[in-house]
Design a protein. Sequence first.
Length: 143
Amino acid sequence: MNWKRFAAAFIGVLILTALMNFVIHAVLLKADYAAQPALIRSEADGSAHMLYLMLAFVIFALGFTLLWDKWARDRRTGVADGLVFGILAWLLVSVNRYLTYYAVQPWPASVVCKQIVYELVWCLSAGILVALIYGRGPAPQRS
């Protein structure tokens, strides 16, 4: 593992994750969430749980970067691979989560669709970011 690239990618994904989640959930979806007060914590209660949100961002960034490092280790990678990786992460993280929420909570379908689409942009961005930070690796060894 190239620890310098890993650390740079981890920090980059962590910052991107915090920024994108703020834009998505505190700006773009603010009105949608305000229309569902029974499903959302109050501002004071949300602030009291902020540490858990930050921990979730760290865990995502760590997992995303570790998986990228393992996945890309023996491949020549580029932005296209970052996009594929971002889609895979989106399927595992966002699509799965919001469809589960939709099944067990009374979220409007329109909000769930927005959550899923907005988080596609986030995951694609994270995939591009790690691909650019890691750069093109050595050609795979042929046996």
